[in-house]
Design a protein around this ligand. Structure first.
Ligand SMILES: Nc1ncnc2c1ncn2[C@@H]1O[C@H](COP(=O)(O)OP(=O)(O)O)[C@@H](O)[C@H]1O
Ligand SMILES: [Mg+2]
Length: 386
């Protein structure tokens, strides 16, 4: 078992402060495992409903009647099976007696489960659980994490080939079972083809009409496919940052596979020697380093941006929380160099400093305000957001 201390403590902390905590994340990232660990340390009674289990699903046929009688910690797993529970939670969340906490787990975003956001606005706290992080598996194992990605079963598989097979199975189940179960009517083959094609655009600016044209469907259709992959946590849409500059800036988002392992499976890359020779190795590394930094910072999706001007200056990641702004570049190289684009980003975005996270072994200053950071020093050099 790989301990997930930070996520575990965050969830316990949230349960102290909020009556309803919703943990969201892709299927198979480890939500149930973590919730069971949380359940084990409770002093209050714990009731667990697994909505994947037909008996538990049936028992919540009349959710109000059943949930009204509970107290302590109530865990409801795979909530996307019964989004109509949310209006009931809303009523119960407003009651102070009996003392009750809800821990809700789901593998689809609230936007997809429309009832959630409307009925629980302001009453719940969301926590997004991603795959295993460099911090959790230990930085010395970062290459394996990069190749196989952070789904625990994929990371822990017996061999690289077994790991790739697991990911193939994951994607098949996702397309053939999970998506239809969400009530989304998209043909699995079309979505699968779209997903494969997206691998070629990993880390690039999203252009719906170009994508639609080469895919042979309308922009709205490809955008719907992208929305779905984002709402199920397998793709990150990184929003563009816009500064008040009088320069033309890129206004479309960038798209990244959240999990490098799924990206590699889509790229038909199974082994490290195949990855390092692949023309997309740089893009893959950028996405991997980006997720590692975002996880280390503890940044929420809406705090993460990229920035680019039409004249060619850009910044891979700009994290904004309150008054604080942090800038990052990701480079697949042993020795990154200061570029004009980095200088422009520092000035135009008013950054105090910029960190260039690279795949080499050394961390060193590149200039007064630019630092080269080895991924191996991530925890030493990059401090979490406060
Ligand atoms: N921290 C971990 N260390 C090792 N294996 C894990 C860990 N978390 C989850 N797993 C394994 O990964 C698989 C998926 O975990 P699960 O908690 O069921 O995910 P989810 O509820 O998000 O679908 C299970 O086989 C589980 O045993
Ligand atoms: Mg689960």
């Amino acid at each position: 078992m790989i301990p997930r201390e930070r996520a575990f403590r965050s969830i316990l902390g949230l349960l102290d402060r909020h009556r309803v905590v919703v943990v969201l994340g892709a299927r198979q990232v480890g939500k149930t495992t973590l919730a069971k660990a949380v359940a084990r340390v409770q002093r209050r009674p714990v009731t667990y409903f697994d909505l994947e289990d037909p008996a538990d699903l049936d028992s919540l046929d009349e959710p109000m009647l059943v949930l009204r009688e509970t107290r302590g910690l109530i865990i409801i797993d795979e909530v996307q099976r019964r989004p109509d529970i949310f209006p009931v939670l809303r009523v119960l969340a407003d009651q102070t007696r009996p003392a009750r906490r809800f821990l809700i787990l789901g593998s689809a975003s609230p936007a997809l489960l429309r009832q959630t956001s409307e009925s629980l606005a302001g009453r719940v706290h969301y926590f997004e659980l991603g795959g295993l992080t460099t911090e959790e598996v230990g930085l010395v194992r970062w290459k394996r994490l990069w190749l196989r990605g952070g789904f625990p079963r994929s990371f822990l598989a017996r061999s690289d080939r077994a790991s790739d097979e697991w990911r193939r199975g994951f994607m098949r189940t996702f397309l053939e079972r999970d998506v239809p179960e969400l009530g989304v009517r998209i043909p699995p083959r079309a979505l699968g083809r779209f997903w494969g094609m997206l691998a070629h655009h990993h880390g690039q600016v999203w252009n719906a009409s170009e994508f639609g044209r080469s895919f042979g469907v309308s922009d709205t259709t490809v955008t719907r496919y992208l929305d779905l992959l984002c709402a199920t946590f397998v793709v990150r849409r990184l929003a563009p940052w816009h500064a008040n500059l009088g320069k033309r800036q890129v206004k479309s988002p960038k798209v990244y596979f959240v999990d490098s392992g799924l990206l590699h499976t889509q790229m038909q890359v199974r082994l490290m020697q195949e990855l390092v020779r692949h023309p997309k190795v740089g893009a893959s590394w950028e996405g991997f380093a980006l997720e590692a930094v975002v996880a280390r910072l503890g940044a929420r999706p809406e705090e993460c941006h990229f920035w680019a001007t039409h004249a060619g200056a850009e910044l891979d990641l700009l994290v904004v929380r309150g008054q604080s702004r942090r800038g990052f570049e990701f480079k697949y190289t042993e020795a990154p160099k200061v570029t004009r684009s980095m200088r422009t980003a520092l000035t135009d975005l008013g950054l105090k400093s910029l960190q260039v996270v690279h795949s080499g072994p050394r961390t060193y200053p590149m200039s007064r305000d630019i630092q080269a950071v080895s991924l191996l020093d991530l925890e030493k050099v990059i401090t979490p957001l406060r």
